[in-house]
Design a protein around this ligand. Structure first.
Ligand code: AHM
Ligand code: MG
Length: 334
């Protein structure tokens, strides 16, 4: 018989310690979890249900959309629009704010999400994920506008990701540490398997897309070349390198065994000061990383302190093991 703590039980018990909590947040999280189970199922079935491959369309950032980008975006919306907890949603895959349809009540929270992060991996059966973040609506029960979402990451109420890997996991923070849950398909529940996740402060592993090397700035060039010099170089130790091209998988690895993940500022396209999106990727992951004892920076500023300027804003991201990220940030000061 199964005796572990389920996600629902965990959240309800956590909520009991919060004065004035109404249960609304728990209900919202339940709807998100339903979407994640549905997405997990679609990703897992893959070609069997005809969801692989690309569409003709592009998203607002000019990236080709995969069929599953669009399907999973729809799954997040359908699961979360009806219950009256949200005043609006914003997603990496939608140009503008998604308004709650008028037949449904409005709520006090906002949700932002990347429904299928790392979707370039989906056709090759490598891990992908869903990233989400919950904010308070500045004006509860009023249809949200884009400006409502432009809150610095420190204001997040909750952030989480689902990793569709060899097992499906949900990793979550509400600002009291980070907990990981594994989907038990036999009972259809997420079960607490990774309580109190902590990122080791030291590491010998880094992750960066080295094909962009010629576009990097000097501090990142220096950091990576010193790692590559290994034991006989200035760092005095050998490093290992990993690049999955799925931020969820990289962050999960770092939460499990430490490491540094970098998608730094580069000169590839002067209009884009980085690849990853502040609201849908950088902020939720930075909240999780900090709650697990790690550090997350653009190289120059703490990501969670950035004041967002627009919904689809991109930022440089350097996150992971505290002592190692501090080395990279230190090189940006020189
Ligand atoms: P996506 O949201 O369109 O999938 O893009 C984000 C992904 C991240 O998961 C990953 O870290 C990065 O893009 C990989 O980029 P690249 O293909 O340049 O290595
Ligand atoms: Mg993404």
């Amino acid at each position: 018989m199964h005796t572990g703590t389920t996600l629902t039980q965990f959240i309800i018990e956590e909520q009991r310690h919060i004065a004035g909590a109404t249960g609304e947040f728990t209900a919202l999280l339940n709807d998100i979890v339903t979407a994640i189970k549905t997405i997990s199922n679609a990703v897992n079935k893959g070609a069997l249900i005809g969801v692989m491959g690309a569409l003709e369309s592009e998203n607002v950032q000019g990236e080709t959309q995969k069929k599953l980008d669009v399907i999973t975006n729809e799954m997040m919306i359908r699961s979360n629009e009806w219950a009256g907890h949200l005043a609006g949603m914003a997603s990496e895959e939608m140009d503008d704010v998604y308004p709650i349809p008028t037949q449904y009540p409005l709520g006090k929270y906002l949700m932002v999400f990347d429904p299928l992060d790392g979707s370039s991996n989906v056709d090759i059966n490598i891990s992908v994920g869903t990233i989400f973040s919950i904010l308070r609506a500045p004006v509860p029960n009023r249809a949200a506008v884009a400006a409502d979402f432009l809150q610095p990451g420190v204001k997040q109420v909750c952030a989480g990701y689902a990793l569709y890997g060899s097992s499906t996991m949900l990793v979550l923070t509400t600002g009291h540490g980070v907990n990981g849950f594994t989907l038990d398909r036999d009972i259809g529940e997420f079960v607490l398997t990774h309580p109190g996740m902590k990122i080791p402060a030291d590491t010998r592993e880094f992750a960066i897309n080295a094909s962009n090397q010629r576009f990097w700035e000097a501090p990142v060039q220096r950091y990576v070349s010193e790692c590559l010099e290994g034991e006989t170089g200035p760092r005095g130790k050998d490093f290992n390198m990993r690049w999955v091209a799925s931020m969820v998988a990289e962050v999960h690895r770092i939460l499990t065994r430490g490491g540094v993940f970098m998608y730094p500022r580069d000169a590839k396209d002067p209009a884009k000061p980085g690849k990853l999106r502040l609201l849908y990727e950088a902020n939720p992951m930075s909240f999780i990383v900090e709650q697990a004892g790690g550090v997350s920076s653009t190289g120059r500023e703490r990501i969670l302190d950035l004041q967002p300027e627009n919904l689809h804003q991109r930022v440089p991201v350097i996150l992971g093991s505290k002592n190692e990220v501090e080395v990279v940030v230190g090189y940006h000061r020189v």
